[in-house]
Ligand binder design. Structure first.
Ligand code: NAP
Length: 300
C-alpha cells in the first residue's frame, strides 16, 4: 500500500480562508476586529521566526496583531503587569506568550496569569481542566490541527485505536484527551513504555510527538493505519552540500508511507496547521467574548 498524503499545507490554507471569512463577518456585521497579542521575551532566533510568521499571518486574515518584545532580563513583575494590561484590553482577544521563557521566569505562573478566555495556546490550567472534562475550552493549537486533519480524513473517529507517542503538556496529553473525547480507545506511550513497537502496531491512528528523528519505522505501523507525524527535527543533509541540513519527522517517512493508509509529511503536515489553529482559536475567543455565534469546525 502507498499511503495517501495528508496535505497539511493545503488544509492550513483552507482553515486560514475560513478564519478570514469569519473575521470579515465580525467586522461588517458587528464592527469588531479580532486581535492577537504575542509576547516574546529575549532573542531566541527560532522564537523570533515563529513570532514574525504568526504576526504576518494574523494580519493576512484581517486581524489586528500586537507584538510585545521584551528584553531577556525583564523581571517577572513587569511581564505579569504586561499580561494584566492585555487581559483587560478589549481590543485583544487572544494572548500568546512565546515559549520557552528565560530560566528566571516561572513559565507556569506566567501562563496561568493569562485570562483563560484569551489563552489561545490552551495551556492555562483552567483550559486543561475544561478539555479534560469534555467542556468548551481553548484547545492547544498543534493537537487541534492534528484532530482537524484526522476528522477530515476519517469522518468519525469513534471506536478507533489511537496511540499517541509522547506525553508533553503541549502535544501528547491534549492530543490523547481530544482523541478520547472523540471516542477513540487511547494509549499514551512514552520513554518508559514497554514493547513500544507492539503497542504502536495495534493502532489505527498513530500520533508521534517525540522529538527523535525518524524513530518510528514502517514495520511498527499496522497496514492501513493513519500516521500523524508531529515531530520537527533538523538533521545533517550532506547530500545537499557541506553543512546543509533538512527537516525530518519522528516517523521514517518512506517506510511508514509504504504501509500506512494515510500520512502527514514533514515539512508540510502538522506544522502549518499549528499557526492556522492559533488564528482559529483567536477568532473563536473573539466570538465568545462578544456573544457572537462561534464558527463551526474551527475548534474541537
Ligand atoms: P517533549 O516535551 O520533549 O516530549 C517528548 C515526549 O516524547 C516525552 O513524553 C518523552 O517521554 C517521549 N519520548 C522521548 N523519547 C522516547 C522514546 N524513545 N520512546 C517513546 N517516547 C519517547 O516534546 P514536545 O514538545 O511534545 O514535541 C515533540 C516533537 O514535536 C518535537 O519534535 C517538536 O519539535 C515537535 N513539535 C511540533 C509542533 C508543530 O507545530 N508541528 C509543535 C510542537 C512540537 P518521557 O515523558 O517519558 O520523557
Amino acid at each position: 500500500m502507498t499511503a495517501q498524503i495528508i496535505d497539511g499545507k493545503a488544509f492550513a490554507a483552507k482553515v486560514r480562508g475560513q478564519v478570514a471569512e469569519h473575521v470579515t463577518r465580525l467586522k461588517t456585521e458587528h464592527g469588531i476586529t479580532p486581535g492577537l497579542a504575542v509576547v516574546l521575551v529575549g532573542e531566541d532566533p527560532a522564537s523570533q521566526v515563529y513570532v514574525r510568521s504568526k504576526g504576518k499571518m494574523t494580519v493576512e486574515v484581517g486581524m489586528n496583531s500586537y507584538e510585545h518584545k521584551l528584553d531577556a532580563n525583564v523581571s517577572e513583575v513587569d511581564l505579569l503587569a504586561l499580561i494584566d494590561r492585555l487581559n483587560s484590553d478589549p481590543e485583544v482577544h487572544g494572548i500568546l506568550v512565546q515559549l520557552p521563557l528565560p530560566g528566571h521566569l516561572d513559565e507556569d505562573l506566567v501562563i496561568n496569569s493569562i485570562d483563560p478566555a484569551k489563552d489561545v495556546d490552551g495551556f492555562h490550567i483552567s483550559n486543561v481542566g475544561l478539555l479534560g472534562t469534555g467542556q468548551k475550552s481553548m484547545v492547544p493549537c498543534t493537537p487541534l490541527g492534528c484532530l482537524m486533519m484526522l476528522r477530515d480524513h476519517h469522518g468519525s473517529l469513534s471506536g478507533m485505536d489511537a496511540v499517541v507517542i509522547g506525553r508533553s503538556n503541549i502535544v501528547g496529553k491534549p492530543m490523547a484527551q481530544l482523541l478520547l473525547n472523540d471516542s477513540c480507545t487511547v494509549t499514551i506511550a512514552h520513554s518508559r513504555t514497554k514493547d513500544l513497537p507492539d503497542v504502536v502496531r495495534r493502532a489505527d491512528i498513530v500520533v508521534a510527538a517525540v522529538g527523535r528523528p525518524e524513530m518510528v519505522p514502517g514495520d511498527w505501523i499496522k497496514a492501513g493505519a493513519t500516521v500523524i507525524d508531529v515531530g520537527i527535527n533538523r538533521v545533517d543533509a550532506p547530500e545537499k552540500g557541506e553543512g546543509k541540513t533538512r527537516l525530518v519527522g519522528d516517523c521514517h517517512y518512506d517506510s511508514c508511507a509504504e504501509v500506512a493508509g494515510a500520512i502527514t509529511p514533514v515539512p508540510g503536515g502538522v506544522g502549518p496547521m499549528t499557526i492556522a489553529c492559533l488564528l482559529a482559536n483567536t477568532v473563536t475567543a473573539c466570538c465568545r467574548a462578544n456573544d457572537v455565534a462561534e464558527p463551526e469546525g474551527l475548534t474541537a
